[in-house]
Design a protein around this ligand. Sequence first.
Ligand code: BES
Ligand code: MN
Ligand code: ZN
Length: 498
Amino acid sequence: MEIRCSSTTAQDWTGEALVVGLFSDGASQASQDLLNARFGAALNQELERRRFKAKAGESVSFSLLGPQPGAVVLVGLGEPAAFGSEQLRQATANGIKAAAATGAGSLGIAMPLEGFAPAAAASAMAEATRLIQFSDQRFKSESEPKSTPSSVELLGLPAAALNEASAAISSTAAICSGVELARELVAAPPNVLTPTALAETAAGLARDFGLELKVLERSDCEALGMGSYLAVAQGSDLPPKFIHLTYRPAGTAERRLVLVGKGLTFDSGGYNLKTAGSQIEMMKYDMGGSAAVLGAMRAIAELKPAGVEVHMIVAACENMISGGAIHPGAIVKASNGKTIEINNTDAEGRLTLADALVYACKLEPDAVVDLATLTGACVIALGEEIAGLWSPNDGLADALRNAAEQGGENLWRMPLRASYRAGLKSGLADMKNTGPRPGGSITAALFLQDFVNGEIPWAHLDIAGTVWSDKGRGLDPAGATGFGVRTLVNWVRAGGPT
Ligand code: BES
Ligand code: MN
Ligand code: ZN
């Protein structure tokens, strides 16, 4: 599907299906005039008959049985005062979905773009167009018939801004490829998407985009003293893979950034086995953090931002049960020398991240950001639309929130309440891996903080609620969302501010 932009208006555009956004109040007079002029009064009468009020989320399709355009989709935009980039994205997604359902091959979409920067508008529309149409047919024996338009034209951009808008559309395509990769990785079942498969995905990116790849095997990790990560991996028949992928810019790098992703390709809970109602069958998505960082690396490798060196680290493994699995109550030692009493084997993500964060900090970066489907407590706190953000560094927290907002993803800053660390006290070891249930996502973040060099700006994103959407929402069809890619790429492209 080709997405391009033009200064052609809805009035003049020719193609198979035209999508037009309409405001719900008097401001839509101009659009009504347009519809009148192009399609005659009958269309406006029909809209009235169908009681189309142009409220946000409303849309109506007409088949005109004529050649050019053969279909019109009207999308309600609600009040103009509330119409921002999020509404533009959503309205575009609604319109494109309805227009694609008509079976049209060429779509034109006209939205009121006054007040938007042309490049930002084009990229929001291109992103919505691409992401809403994603469909994953890999595991069907026969793919379901689905109509994808071959071209989509974003109409009504100022002629003087077309070059800039086209460039924004190209960048958006790279970001969407990253989001789609993340969605595919998260959706892939645990018998297919193993730690080795994650490492192979990284190898594919290294090969296709000229990135540097290092994969540490179990013995390499042993040599580095990664007893925390390896304790999680030891119950599985599959070998762990510690994946380190690097993007180096042409010229000098002023900033070195590290993206760390939790990579549990399945989390059974271990001997603290997940019970009925804990969604054990969904725990394939416990590698959502690694999917986000791999997706971000794919986009970064294609966009080639100058001046930033970006490292991606994933300590991939499965959390399983077997005679060799770690015991609840075991004491292990992480690669920074700290000892951990594993009072709950289901708090495994933080054990893998501990060694990944120690490794990340040894690279002496300017910032480290980790993403993890870390706690059910975060899902309870923030639900499925908002990820939790923890950071001792205000600059980094703000920069990530800006990057998220720009990408249409939602982060909420949560407290790194130091006094709660007492919940992780162990009588025998330096710490336990699990605190009390109240504030469980906060103690998880505090646990991670113990493995970060305090001089290095660090942020932790708990994406447990946002990686998956049963019903679909916003630009996400039902299933894996690819959450985190857009935030990370926007932050990196801004130079990784802290
Ligand atoms: N992968 C889970 C967290 C999770 C839960 C992600 C639900 C998505 C949806 C994590 O490894 C886990 O099991 N966390 C435990 C921690 C507890 C034992 C302290 C949890 O949240 O219950
Ligand atoms: Mn777990
Ligand atoms: Zn987990």
